[in-house]
Design a protein around this ligand. Structure first.
Ligand SMILES: Nc1nc2c(c(=O)[nH]1)N[C@H]1C(S)=C(S)[C@@H](COP(=O)(O)O)O[C@H]1N2
Ligand SMILES: [Mo]
Length: 315
């Protein structure tokens, strides 16, 4: 295994489990800068710096040309209620999540349901770097260099049938790994959903990494979705199941507070959330606020999905 120019070094090649965990502990302790310096990957031992899993990933033309939010902020200011409701809870507590082995099952209204192993997912399609603007309904935003490939690559292999109108995403709900689910803040498991054309849209990313390496636990390891034109909560983390459905899925946030969280949840500065204005946002790491863009700035690509829909009604 060469480390410097190989486009993708699969984690399966570099990690017996102990190394994987040692490596994560190392990243936690030593920080990312040292890992970036990258001493080659061949002689990996726990505690060594390593080749990043997605080093050299192809840069996507869908990336935004804005400075990325620092790694530190991306990985310490999180919403992941399975680990608590505080922004720093996931970074502090998500070490109990075991991202490997992992199975993601694709099922429901399709001809070819399948249980995908993580290593199969890592090899399914070329992993790209996609720098996306992300906006939380709470009024903050980040720019995150994700690593992944279009969710459509996975979905089309299941051969969805004519009844498949929606796609439902379900997060792991294991109290042994996720201390937050002992508290009934949401009706666990965390469930999100998209219309199938939204799920198949080339911007919708099956996400396996960020900043060139495997996803940190607090960001939804080992596999999540990222839907950049919607509020952050639509991008479900640590998913174990994707299901094609005929009916609109009941989503966790819609069940909890239906008046505040609709199914669509497209970023829309013209429609305020009852508790937070959606007109402006604070980019993490910056002072002051900036205007929020319709569809989070991705309108040119996605507005056509909603032609003729009243986006105040379908919020
Ligand atoms: N399973 C699960 N997925 C989740 C959440 C969560 O609490 N649980 N929070 C959502 C919200 S509100 C946001 S803003 C994003 C945050 O993703 P990040 O921490 O990687 O930036 O994750 C989304 N996905
Ligand atoms: Mo969010």
């Amino acid at each position: 295994m060469s480390s410097h120019h190989s486009p993708i070094v699969l984690s399966s090649e570099i990690t017996p489990r102990s190394m994987f965990e040692g490596r994560r502990a190392f990243l936690r302790d030593a920080g990312f800068a040292l890992a970036l310096a990258g001493v080659g990957g061949a002689a990996l031992r726990p505690g060594d710096a390593h080749a990043k899993a997605f080093e050299g990933a192809r840069k996507s033309p869908f990336s935004v040309n804005e400075p990325a939010t620092p790694f530190k902020d991306v990985t310490t200011y999180n919403n992941f209620y399975e680990f608590g409701t505080g922004k720093d809870d996931p970074a502090e507590r998500a070490h109990t999540l075991k991202p490997r082995p992992w199975t993601l099952s694709v099922e429901g209204e399709c001809a070819k349901p399948k249980r995908w192993d993580l290593d199969e997912l890592l090899k399914l399609a070329a992993v790209e770097e996609r720098i996306y603007r992300m906006r939380c309904v709470e009024g903050w935003s980040m720019v995150i260099p994700w690593n992944g490939y279009p969710l459509a690559e996975l979905l089309k292999r299941a051969e969805p049938n004519a009844r498949a109108k929606y796609v439902e995403f379900t997060t792991l709900a294991d109290p042994a790994q996720m201390p937050g689910i002992r508290t009934a803040v949401l009706d666990w498991p965390y469930v999100e959903g998209l219309r199938i054309d939204e799920a198949m849209h080339p911007l919708t990313l099956l996400t396996l990494g960020l900043y060139g390496d495997l996803l940190p636990n607090q960001n939804g390891a080992p596999v999540r979705v990222v839907v950049p034109w919607k509020y952050g909560f639509k991008s479900a983390k640590s998913i174990v199941r994707i299901r094609f459905t005929e009916q609109e899925p009941r989503t966790a946030w819609n069940k909890a507070i239906p008046r505040e969280y609709g199914f669509y949840s497209n970023v829309n500065p013209a429609v305020d959330h009852p508790r937070w204005s959606q007109a402006r946002e604070r980019r993490i790491g910056e002072f002051g606020k900036r205007a929020t863009l319709p569809f989070n700035g991705y309108g040119e690509q996605v507005a056509g999905l909603y032609t003729g829909m009243d986006l105040r009604k379908f919020f």
